[in-house]
Structures are given as C-alpha cells and as structure tokens.
Design a protein around this ligand. Structure first.
Ligand code: UD1
Length: 420
C-alpha cells in the first residue's frame, strides 16, 4: 500500500486550483441513469470514488466515454443489469445513489446494503422508507436491497426524520420521473444537493426549493440529455486553507466558491487568518503568526461541516489555547485523534467532543489513515510537525483528494508518495 512521506515545518505558499466536488459528481453520475439520452458531465475530479462510480455504471452495461478534456459522456441506453454488487458498494457507500434512479426509470434495482464504516454504522433506512412511501416494494435479503415497482413511482409527501444528504438526493432523483408531486421536508440543504437539482433541471426535471429544507418535485414522463459542469469542491478548498493556516502560510485557492464556505471561513478568521475573497477565489494569509484555537460544532449545512472537523482538530493541535470540536452528525469520527496524540498532540475525547490543548509543535511519526477526512487531517499534522511523518493507508485520501501531493508540493510542501 502506498504511503505519503512528509517532512514538516514548511509554511505553505502559492496558488492552487480546486477540483470539481466529489459529493456533487457522484449523484450527478448516478442521475445519468434517468435518461436514455447522452449526458455530458464536465469538471469531474480525478478521484478513486469517481472511477468506482464509472465502474459501477460499467458493470450495469453502461459505457462512459471519456474525452481528451476528461469530460465524461454517458449514454445509459445500453443498460443490461440493474444491480450494484457488494464488491463495489463496500468500497464506496455512495453507490446507494443508483437505487433511486434505477427504480424510477426501470422499475427495479438491487443494491448491496452498505455496511458500517470507519465513522459509524451509517444506515440507509430513510432512503428505503421514502421510496416505499412512493410505492416501491422493497425487501432486504441476502445482504441486498431488492426494490421494484409496478409502473411508475407515485409522488408522495416525505418527511425525513434526520437530515440526510444522499437520502435527499436519492429521493429527489426518484421523484423526477414519478407520477405526481413529491415533497421532501427536512431535506438536506447542502450545496451538492443544489448542484444535483440544477443538473436534473437541465435534464428537464421540475424541481423547486433546492437549498431550503423543503424540496418540491413534479414528476415528468422522461428526462433528456444535457451538458453539466460540476461545482467546485468546498471540502477540498477548506482542507488546503486549514493546511495553510496551520503552517502559518499564505495561499490563494482558485476556481472555488467562497459563498458556500461561510462557516469554515469564519472559523479560520477566528483562528487569526486574514482572508480575502473574490467571485471564485479565496486568499488566506497568517502573516507568519501561530493560529489561535477555535471551537466548532458540526451539523448539517449551513452549519459547520462534519467533513471539516478532523482538519480543524489538526489546526487546534498546534494553536494557541484550548479548542473543542463537537461532532453531532456521525457517531465515531475521532479515529485521527489517537494518531495525532502519537505525534505529541494533547487531545482528549469526551463523548462526542474532543478537547484540544494546543502544543508548541508536533513531532513526526508513522501514522495510519482510517478514513478520508481523517487522512487529510493527518497530512496537515505532518505538514506542521518537526521531522518526518509517514501516513499509511492513503488509499483513503485518493478517494477524495485529487493529486494531493502535487498540489501541496506546488505550495512548497515537502511531501512525496512512497509506492508499496
Ligand atoms: C454525505 C456525504 C459525506 C458527509 C455526510 C454528512 C456524499 C457522497 N457523502 O454522506 O461526505 O460526511 O453527507 O454531511 O455526499 N442516517 C440515518 N439513516 C439514513 C441515512 C442517514 O440514520 O437512512 C444518518 C447517518 O447515520 C448520519 C446522518 O444521518 O448520522 C447523516 O448522514 P447522511 O447525510 O446520510 O450522510 P451521507 O449522505 O452518507
């Protein structure tokens, strides 16, 4: 397994470009199953999770075509199977996103039940009950969700008991082809849900309310092809900004969207960063100063994102003062804490909160990545730490960060990949 070798202590400086958002690209690729016309998806990030989704489409008989600009054209009219096998679902839980589109368009779907993962049990009961409310017959047997419907799904009023991002996306996609109007209440308001809605609207769907907690979808008989460019990745953006703040650096990130990062930018300002923004860029300058500790509490958008808390834990670990990080979305998302403590951090876990006493500096050590965002936080810790840090199991990072070592190198970091 590849590892990353980092020699810490360099202030990050320079400019980088942000890739397309993984969490928008995945549902948009799944949405291509809703039409027999060709959909072109542009600004796809170069990530392992994207390859997995393309492979999943491939194993159903759909052959995505990649052009020289890395745009992907998908014509799903060749589909031959309506099944997402366990081998793919176990490597990427977001495979569940094909359930709604398959059921809505072909009246049947079999998707392996995603198991637990490093950050908690992550059930999909809300996806299932919402589709049942729309008339689907669903049984869970032999480790698979087996769904079918006679004719079209029916519009329904759905209240989501919890705010779920992929749950909202699955139901919204299914509802585009349902008979009648579907209302999703307590819907996720994440920008990636909005991006998917905008792509579906380009395909001819009738959707309103995206970005609020009530989304209304009037089903249509069929959708058409379109060309859609995926929005920038706000989590990748935030990760580089935090890395720059932790190393007391000065960077500019381009091709991004400051308007969807408000909670993160305000925490970085509290940490002492000088931040300037333009339409599609963010510049962060620490003026060489040590960051100050901040406290965050994760919650669904527009509150502070759970996908950014591990990186702030790394920032707090070398900041002045004590900060707390409270996780309210997932049950077990602190695996990185023990690894950071091995690097000399002073972090303790109290229930769903971690208390971080900032230390003067971390010391390099061999550490192990446990999930995608935890890996990013360990890289940040390695970038500030004295001496060398090796981060093992970086296949997690390749799932969600495009060319991370090249981008960090272009900011001056001393980081390289050690092939297995
Ligand atoms: C998505 C993101 C992930 C992010 C998360 C929360 C994608 C591909 N992934 O994951 O990066 O960390 O949102 O912002 O977009 N829940 C249930 N039953 C369900 C569904 C969810 O109890 O049927 C619970 C989950 O266990 C969790 C909470 O709801 O505690 C939120 O999870 P959810 O928003 O569904 O996460 P994902 O969509 O899987």
């Amino acid at each position: 397994m590849d590892k990353l070798l980092i020699k810490g202590g360099v202030r990050l400086q320079g400019e980088i470009r942000i890739a397309g958002a993984k969490n928008s690209a995945l549902p948009i690729l799944a949405a291509t199953l809703l039409t027999h016309e060709t959909v072109q998806v542009c600004n796809l990030p170069h990530l392992f999770d994207i390859t997995t989704m393309l492979e999943l489409l491939g194993c159903m008989g759909v052959q995505p075509v990649i052009d020289e600009k890395l745009n992907v054209e998908i014509d799903s009219s060749t589909i031959a199977h309506f099944s997402a096998p366990y081998e793919l679902v176990k490597t990427m839980r977001a495979s569940i996103l094909v359930l709604g589109p398959l059921l809505a368009r072909y009246g049947e779907a079999e998707v392996a039940l995603p198991g637990g993962c490093a950050i908690g049990s992550r059930p999909v009961n809300l996806h299932i009950s919402a589709l049942q409310a729309m008339g689907a017959d669903i049984v869970v047997e032999d480790g698979y969700i087996k769904a079918s419907v006679d004719g079209r799904l029916k519009g329904a009023s759905i209240f989501m008991d919890m705010v779920t991002v992929t749950g909202t996306e699955n139901v919204m996609m299914a509802a585009t082809l349902a008979d009648g109007v579907t209302t999703i209440e307590n819907a996720a308001r994440e920008p990636e849900v909005v991006d998917l809605a905008l792509c579906l609207i380009e395909m001819g769907a009738k959707i309103t309310g995206q970005g609020t907690d009530t989304i209304v979808i009037e089903g249509v008989k069929e959708l058409k092809g379109c060309s859609y460019s995926v929005m920038p990745d706000r989590i990748e953006t935030g990760t580089y900004l935090i890395a720059a703040a932790a190393t007391r650096g000065h960077i500019k990130v381009k091709d991004t969207r400051p308007d969807i990062l408000e909670s993160v930018l305000s925490k970085l300002e509290q940490a002492g960063a000088d931040i300037k923004v333009g339409d599609n860029w963010i510049e962060l300058d620490m003026h060489g100063k040590r960051p100050k500790s901040v406290s965050v509490r994760t919650a669904p958008y527009p509150a502070f994102p759970t996908d950014m808390q591990a990186q702030f834990t790394a920032l707090n670990s070398v900041a002045e003062g004590t900060g707390s990080i409270t996780e309210t979305v997932f049950e077990n998302r602190f695996m990185h804490v023990h690894e950071m403590n091995r690097m000399g951090a002073a972090i303790r876990v109290e229930g769903n909160t971690v208390i971080v006493d900032g230390v003067d500096n971390l010391k390099g050590a061999p550490v192990m990545a446990t999930d995608l965002r935890a890996s990013a936080s360990l890289i940040i810790a390695g970038l500030v730490g004295e001496n060398e840090t090796t981060v093992d199991r970086i296949y997690h990072i390749d799932r969600g960060y495009e060319c991370i070592e090249e981008k960090l190198q272009s900011l001056g970091a001393q980081i390289r990949r050690l092939p297995a």
